[in-house]
Design a protein around this ligand. Sequence first.
Ligand code: TXA
Ligand code: MG
Length: 345
Amino acid sequence: MLLNFHICKKFNVVFSNHYLMQTIISQDVEKSVTFLKNGEVIGVPTETVYGLAALCSKPDAIANIFKIKNRPQTNPLIVHIGTFETLSKVCTSFPEKAKILADKFWPGPLTLLLPKSEFISDQITAGSNLVAVRMPNHPVALELLRILNEPFVAPSANPANAISPTSSAHVFEYFNGKIPMILEGGVCEKGIESTIVGFENNEVIIHRLGSLSKEAIEQEIGSVQLKNQPKDKIVSPGQFSKHYSPNTPLVLTNQIENTLRLFPNKKVGLLLFNDLNFPISETIIIKKLTENGDLDLAMKQVYEALHQLDKMNLDLIIAEHLPDVSVGTSVNDRLKRAAGTHYIY
Ligand code: TXA
Ligand code: MG
């Protein structure tokens, strides 16, 4: 361990993209600046989830992000900026409603789709004329951006289709040895990804629900369209096909008691929002997202709870719908995606 550390310290600037050593978790912002400027990919904190960052100006590092995440190159990356001045570097125009939203919610969990500038490569946008931009509301990320004085791309720091990371420990579990450093920024305050908003023919469209609620956006600019809803399906139990995040099959339901009865001999974990009002076997694992119905707290805890349940060798996670308002709707969106086709009313 000690040896590893010394070797890391000695070689961490020399090795490029081939980290066989232990990844460093550190609060040293200057060190993370050096890595990024040297064309490395590192883990960075934001208020939503941790990201895998590379400078917009380093195509090899960006290519490495796709490789490390096993992400198709057709899936574009979000550009992170630290100041409003940087906007003119990354986009060519800024619709009036985008301005209202940015003034209100930046820095914050809002990503805007804007016409890209020459500076932003097709590699970043996957060939689109639009670039996704956000200003993260995390003191460490903002300090990093200030010192860098240039934007970085950062997708969530998880392998494609796995649960997003809300702590440096999650990033370490996914990518130890594959990146030189994770910049420590504590547990993410929001806990799910940013909300993505686009502008088409004077319409405002939410492309991904996230930790900024639809209601909060509508309060500023009136009604917006939602174009991201997965198809809700009801299936009978026992039809588990292999699917993405988490690895453990997950069903989403409003009827915990009835659903539990369908799986009498299974090792089950419950992901709950409300109190249980019926007795259950002691062998059932319970993760309660909040004790007082706090939707923001439930959002902050949901990925951490899924990470924990996913490590318990369960046969099944039964998750309870949150109330379908505000960020509850956004968390439900993530739980529906985690459930895939396993969705029981
Ligand atoms: O909260 C977040 O947004 C986090 C943190 C790290 O900032 N990032 C994040 O990135 O969630 P990622 O790559 O996991 O998700 C970004 C989403 C993808 O679904 C991608 O398709 C979409 O944003 N996206 C990125 N650029 C786009 C573009 N130019 N046009 C349309 N969609 C875009
Ligand atoms: Mg992601």
